[in-house]
Ligand binder design. Structure first.
Ligand SMILES: [Fe+2]
Ligand SMILES: [Fe+2]
Length: 361
């Protein structure tokens, strides 16, 4: 990677709204914190840049509050949540199913629907596990191991390590959440095929066989996933109609994600100026691809599960749904990655339009 350290990030991190942190300015003005920031600060050549300082401060504030806010540090989840398991409620919101409107789903028996909704919970949590393990954590490891220029300083490694602990704990929460629902609902075992997000990233990595491009691709997929996951978790975390155990588990994860949501937005501002023009373009070009992969309705995977549990007429149902698929993404709010990309000071419209995606804010 080149050492082009030009200041091309005119936008600054102005919002801490997602962190749940209050009184940031007061904390930043505290001389003790100021000294901490300077000691932990970024590479020497960035230290005098006002933009770089704001990025450092934002990352510092995320790290400063980690001990107090991280679920892993304050968890009561497993036992407390399991005690709230509500057998009388469904484990997932049926309106989120990709086949919710189809007549075959609408006419299915209540028992069959409940069974499918428990599987939907498993599919949803297994996707979370794969995102944490195969998308986010490999990039955090690369930062911790100083493999990504621009993010090799102590603060970057510290916050990457803290987030790594968060994500690993979310994985444990999701593993437990799958197990509890599986046992309570007597689901049996289905080995799920690969999710579109994971499959698509692996396919590009294997095809291009280029270490530097693969790291940029991993950075793009992680940036997108990390800025989309809160929105992925949002609906279920507020849904009082579903099993309280499921809602509470998702809500704990969502709060953690909101708290460290600015990590990739901030850290990419440190990495991006260290990339060559070609590398920057490649990174930006992969963002809309990763959005499409993340937003997949996973019909292939659903076909596999519905087949295993003998859901009546599932092939016809899924084939009719895939025919109705539009290019418009209506399953997820992708304004987060748009904000991240615009924050890098680049015109991203052409990259998004090439993938039939509108810029949304
Ligand atoms: Fe997470
Ligand atoms: Fe996260």
């Amino acid at each position: 990677m080149s050492n082009n350290s030009s200041e091309n990030s005119p936008r600054i991190l102005t919002s801490m709204a997602n962190t749940g942190i209050e009184g940031d300015e007061a904390l930043l003005l505290n001389p003790e914190n100021k000294r901490d920031i300077e000691e932990m600060g970024s590479s020497q050549n960035n230290r005098n840049s006002p933009t770089a300082n704001i990025i450092e401060k934002t990352l510092y504030m995320l790290s400063k509050h980690w001990e107090k806010r991280a679920v892993v540090k304050n968890d009561k989840s497993n036992d407390a949540y399991q005690a709230c398991f509500d057998n009388g409620k469904e484990d997932y919101n049926e309106t989120l199913l990709p086949f919710y409107h189809h007549p075959h789903w609408q006419s299915a028996s209540k028992e069959f629907k409940s069974h499918v909704l428990s599987w939907a919970w498993i599919i949803y949590n297994q996707k979370t596990i794969h995102i944490e393990v195969e998308i986010i954590n490999p990039v955090l490891e690369a930062i911790i191991l100083e493999k990504i220029p621009g993010a090799t300083d102590y603060l970057s490694k510290k916050i990457a390590s803290e987030t790594y602990v968060d994500e690993t704990y979310h994985t444990l929460m999701a593993v437990n959440a799958c197990n509890i629902v599986s046992v309570e609902r007597n689901l049996g075992k289905i080995v799920l095929p690969e999710y579109d997000l994971i499959f698509s990233q692996k396919k590009v990595i294997n095809e291009q066989n280029d270490q530097q491009k693969n790291m940029l691709l991993r950075l793009a997929t992680a940036s997108v996933s990390e800025t989309l996951i809160s929105s992925y978790l949002d609906v279920l975390s507020k849904d009082m109609s579903i099993n309280s155990f499921c809602r509470m588990t998702i809500d704990a994860h969502r709060k953690d994600e909101l708290a460290h949501a600015n990590l990739f937005t901030g850290i990419m501002k440190k990495i991006f100026p260290n990339l060559s023009k070609e590398q920057q373009e490649y990174y930006l070009s992969m963002l809309p691809c990763a959005i499409r992969w993340f937003a997949s309705k996973e019909l292939r995977l659903w076909g596999f599960v519905l087949n295993e549990i003998n859901f009546p007429n599932h092939r016809e149902m899924l084939s009719e749904i895939s025919e109705l698929e539009t290019k418009q993404i209506d399953t997820i709010d992708y304004s987060g990655p748009v904000k991240l990309a615009e924050g890098l000071g680049c015109d991203i419209a052409s990259y998004f339009h090439k993938n039939d995606l509108e810029i949304i804010h």
